[in-house]
Design a protein. Structure first.
Length: 205
């Protein structure tokens, strides 16, 4: 049985990714800092037949992130797919607001780098050695379309971080050529809304 670890597993994109991979026979490790949200997503995946594990961790707390990934491996087995797609909570945006391009400062970028880029590097650092040893695996990073294909000057501080992550993942993909391990970045250009009661589930979140 293969395992996917979804880092930043929320009720929208994370839930949709979990359902899609569960339908393909994957077990699902859910990693995020909000325990209540994780339990809700896990409950939503209960009907898929997959084993679902909940592993709370804040991606900006590197030891906690490594511990969560290690616990996921111990419970569900080696991580075959790492999906990284964290998103800020409203409290995060109050503390570190979105900044327009002409108003970007060093300080306004640091929190975004911590969330999107450095957390992603730490997660990949944990799973990549095992993938290379096994000769198979996938690193999948998802972020907004402003990370590459689109220009989004109203959220420039975020795009500095996600654009850096995209660049690294594309370089990583090339560096991994011939190893059996793949890295990919997906830029998403749409809103994701949670499922409403009475409406059918949708795999696009």
């Amino acid at each position: 049985m293969s395992t996917i670890a979804i880092v930043g597993a929320g009720p929208q994109l994370g839930r949709a990714i979990g359902r899609r991979f569960a339908a393909e026979g994957f077990d699902v490790a859910l990693i995020a800092r909000n325990c209540t949200t994780l339990q809700e997503v896990a409950a939503d995946l209960a009907d898929t037949g997959a084993r679902v594990g909940v592993f709370p961790a804040d991606v900006t707390d590197r030891p906690a992130l490594h511990a969560a990934l290690a616990a996921a491996e111990e419970q569900l087995g080696p991580i075959d797919v790492l999906e990284y797609s964290p998103a800020p909570a409203p409290a995060d945006l109050r503390r570190a607001p979105l900044v327009e391009a002409t108003k970007v400062t060093v300080e306004s970028v640091l929190a975004q780098l911590d969330l999107y880029l450095l957390g992603g590097v730490a997660a990949v650092q944990h799973v990549l050695p095992g993938m290379l040893e096994r000769g198979t695996g996938t690193v999948l990073v998802s972020s907004g379309a402003g990370s590459g294909p689109m220009i989004a000057p109203h959220v420039a501080n975020v795009q500095i971080a996600t654009g850096g992550m995209r660049n690294w993942i594309l370089n990583l993909h090339t560096a991994l050529s011939g190893t059996g391990v793949y890295a990919a970045h997906v830029a998403i250009c749409r809103l994701h809304r949670p499922r409403r009661p009475g409406f059918p589930a949708r795999d696009d979140g």
